[in-house]
Design a protein around this ligand. Structure first.
Ligand code: 13P
Length: 336
């Protein structure tokens, strides 16, 4: 088994998933402002260190995606953040794209940037202890979008990024996110997501990326948040499975969903149904940002020095998602 395949499996095996704590300073500031906490370097670290030292890091969180600021920070006990994460039994990862910018030629859409100088930055992150990385391509759905141009150019960037990451002996998380925002139906989300993912793999193969050494991070198949035709959680699970079965090559070891604006319970329930009905050979797990941190952040914002209280809430969410990753979650367990 290749080294990269080993890392990918270690991150996702046994009901483990990923904590996406890689909000850029801008995004983290927005999150903190909504709970009325000033976004200082110290406060961002305090919240993150509280989560990274929680007991669920050992059993439920196989990897944590960090932002550039955090991977270089030291804990209150003067450990480097990647050391803390590895001491807890998890792996440190790093977001390496530099954000989605206006796509020239189709200004309503975005292209993710960050390829210039990436090889050098990857070497630095590897030395800091990163085992895996993340790059997010983003696509919006409407009558004319995503365009062929956005599908093609984001797939190309994801593939070039992945090849460089593997060259540096880390596992790339490939994240093509088809956004939930909009009036589109679940069927449209299914068709567009399938097209986006297929094009990503076409490019990954062209760029000689070892598919056994990546993790795919897709959206689930959902109706747009402004759509009139809502679908049931069972339909979300079956459409998501159908889409991935048809568009992801069998070599890929694992799929870790983003939560994309779903509520915490919704994201857990959908993942649980996906695993209950999983008729593929892929591990189906989570790489949640908001759906793992929202309640913990709410509590912490009012009690920023209550480490135990904040960790209790985070541990519960991590445990619920870990059960869902095995298809063993239920609303009764959730409310116990
Ligand atoms: P959400 O789970 O909040 O969508 O974040 C996941 C992520 O990493 C988006 O890039």
């Amino acid at each position: 088994m290749s080294e990269l395949n080993n890392i990918a499996l270690k991150i996702l095996n046994d009901g483990k998933g990923i904590l996406a704590a890689d909000e850029s300073t801008g995004t983290m500031t927005k999150r903190l402002e909504t709970v009325k906490v000033t976004s200082t370097k110290e406060n961002r670290l305090l919240f993150r260190e509280t989560l990274f030292s929680a007991s669920s890091m050992t059993d439920c969180i196989g990897g944590v995606i960090l932002y550039d600021e955090t991977i270089k920070q030291e804990t209150s006990k003067k450990n480097k953040i990647p050391e803390l994460i590895s001491k807890m039994g998890s792996a440190a990862g790093i977001k390496v794209d530099t954000g989605a910018k206006v796509l020239a030629g189709s200004p309503e859409e975005k292209i993710t940037e960050g390829l210039d100088g990436l090889r050098e930055r990857l070497k630095e992150y590897f030395k800091l202890g990163a085992k895996f990385t993340k790059w997010r391509g983003v696509y919006n759905i409407s009558k004319d979008y995503p365009s062929k141009l956005s599908i093609q150019s984001n797939a190309h960037a994801l593939a070039r990024y992945s090849a460089l990451v593997q060259e540096c002996n880390m596992v790339p998380i490939v994240e093509p996110e088809v956004l939930m925002e909009g009036e589109h139906s679940a069927k449209e989300c299914f068709l567009k997501t399938s097209e986006v993912i297929k094009k990503c793999f076409e490019e990954l193969i062209l760029h000689k990326v070892d598919l056994k050494g990546i993790i795919l991070k897709p959206n689930m198949i959902l109706a747009g948040n402004k759509s009139k035709d809502k679908i049931s959680n069972e339909e979300v699970a079956s459409l998501t499975l159908k889409c991935l079965k048809n568009s992801v090559p069998s070599e890929v070891p694992g799929i870790a969903f983003l939560s994309g604006g779903q509520s915490e319970i919704e994201a857990t329930e959908n993942l649980n149904l996906i695993n209950k009905n999983n008729n593929t050979n892929f591990i189906m797990s989570y790489s949640y940002g908001r759906a793992l941190q929202q309640s913990a952040l709410q509590f912490w914002s009012k009690n920023i020095h209550d480490i135990e209280g904040t960790q209790k809430i985070f541990n519960h969410r991590a445990k619920m998602n870990s059960l869902a990753a095995k298809g063993k979650w239920s609303i009764e367990i959730e409310n116990q």
